[in-house]
Design a protein around this ligand. Structure first.
Ligand SMILES: CC(C)(COP(=O)(O)OP(=O)(O)OC[C@H]1O[C@@H](n2cnc3c(N)ncnc32)[C@H](O)[C@@H]1OP(=O)(O)O)[C@@H](O)C(=O)NCCC(=O)NCCS
Length: 374
């Protein structure tokens, strides 16, 4: 590969952003200047969603208005419910999520209005309706009836309620809320860049989020939290972990939930999520995955000097909460809608068509022979 080709855009700065930054001086991911772990300690997901979308933390009045708007938008149209009912039960819930946003785009009166105001309204509708759509699919494929959203419940509580018919203990809800905060935004990752690229042709937010979901599905990005759980299920028992990870590394296997394009000395979101994984393991009285977690992590650092990323602790945490493994990345979607939307609005506000170049290495000019001569 010639040196002037920057494959994977490695190290290339393509635009400016005010949404988030990994600040080396505090070794942390920050949203609008606030450290993600401080936000986990002092705020709920709704406050962080407001921050990411509006640029600042809300006061009480602003939060109340924001929460009210989200709660009022949770109901799905009859059309979307009927489409979800027709979806194959074996479909991957990420494909269901992608299709659901696309259908929401067909129904939304403001789809082609790319103004900031319309984009904020559309974001609220997508953010509020996506948990209802996913929970409905979760219930349908398990042969259960739909549970309608409840306005008195928070964003996190309501998702548990619509999936399982009850809200779990407050520490479990907090662990879920923390995972949403940590997943909400991460600058120019592949799905966000996809959303910005789609937006750069002046396309709409539903299209950009549809593309972003497709991008997030891949195992090198959001799909990693599912793969982590598949790995842990394969390992099954802590006493098998050491042999398993050493063999996998001997076979040059990529270990999901480890490594990161930006963090090379550890993902700053991991200690917070690890703490909540520990709490959930204790509540559920199941330390199996924690033990496997520690062994695999130790070997990865010792043999490869590669640290876990946030998908490593979220995978087993969601499993212990009772979610099916293929719902882990869709849960990531519920949260990242905020980050994607903030970037989509930023792109619209100062747009430049994204159109890189490629170094051509195909055939030189050739004459087209008519069919009889080929
Ligand atoms: C995230 C990821 C794609 C970053 O990739 P990247 O910045 O392009 O880094 P590279 O893939 O070039 O990795 C550099 C080296 O570390 C190795 N490496 C990186 N992540 C690894 C992992 N999870 N397991 C084993 N080896 C890994 C690569 O094999 C490569 O080794 P080499 O130089 O001998 O070829 C990569 O770490 C990965 O595939 N991780 C697993 C998937 C995952 O957890 N994704 C979620 C990210 S939040």
């Amino acid at each position: 590969m010639s040196e002037d080709v920057k494959k994977g855009l490695l190290g290339i700065v393509v635009d400016e952003t005010e949404v988030s930054k990994v600040m080396p001086e505090i070794n942390s991911l920050t949203y609008r200047g606030y450290a993600a772990q401080d936000l986990c300690a002092r705020c709920n997901f709704e406050e962080v969603a407001y921050l990411i979308l509006n640029g600042d933390l809300p006061n009480k009045k602003q939060l109340k208005k924001f929460e009210k708007q989200e709660k009022n938008e949770r109901t799905l149209s009859k059309n979307l419910i009927s489409i979800l009912k027709q979806m194959p039960k074996k479909a991957h819930p990420m494909d269901v999520a992608r299709t659901a946003v696309s259908v929401m785009g067909l129904e939304d009166k403001q789809t082609s209005d790319n103004s900031q105001k319309a984009n904020l309204n559309k974001t609220m509708r997508i953010l509020a309706k996506m948990p209802t759509a996913l929970a409905l699919f979760y219930r349908l494929r398990n042969g259960k009836k739909m549970i309608s959203p409840k306005k008195k419940l928070s964003f996190a509580e309501n998702f548990f309620y619509m999936c399982f018919g009850k809200v779990p203990n407050k520490d479990i809800v907090k662990a879920f809320d923390v995972s949403l905060i940590l997943y909400a935004e991460h600058s120019f990752n592949v799905s966000t860049f996809t959303a910005r690229t789609i937006t750069s042709s002046l396309s709409d937010i539903h299209g950009a989020i549809t593309g972003a979901i497709a991008s997030l599905k891949g195992p090198l990005h959001g799909g990693a939290n599912e793969e982590v759980m598949q790995m842990m299920k394969k390992i099954k028992k802590p006493e098998r972990a050491l042999k398993w990870i050493n063999k996998a590394l001997d076979n040059k296997q990529v270990i999901m939930g480890f490594g990161h394009r930006v963090y090379k000395n550890g993902d700053s979101r991991v200690p917070t999520m690890r703490e909540y994984f520990k709490k959930v393991s204790k509540i559920k009285k199941d330390k199996t995955f924690e033990k496997i977690y520690d062994i695999v992590e130790k070997v990865m650092i010792e043999r490869k000097n590669i640290h876990p990323n946030v998908d490593y602790p979220t995978g087993p945490t969601y499993h212990l909460m009772g979610f099916d493994t293929d719902f882990f990345t869709p849960i990531f979607v519920l949260s990242r809608i905020t980050g994607w939307s903030a970037h989509i609005m930023e792109q619209h506000a100062a747009n430049k068509l994204i159109r890189p170049l490629a170094k051509y290495k195909g055939s030189q000019h050739r004459k087209v022979l008519s069919l009889n001569y080929r």
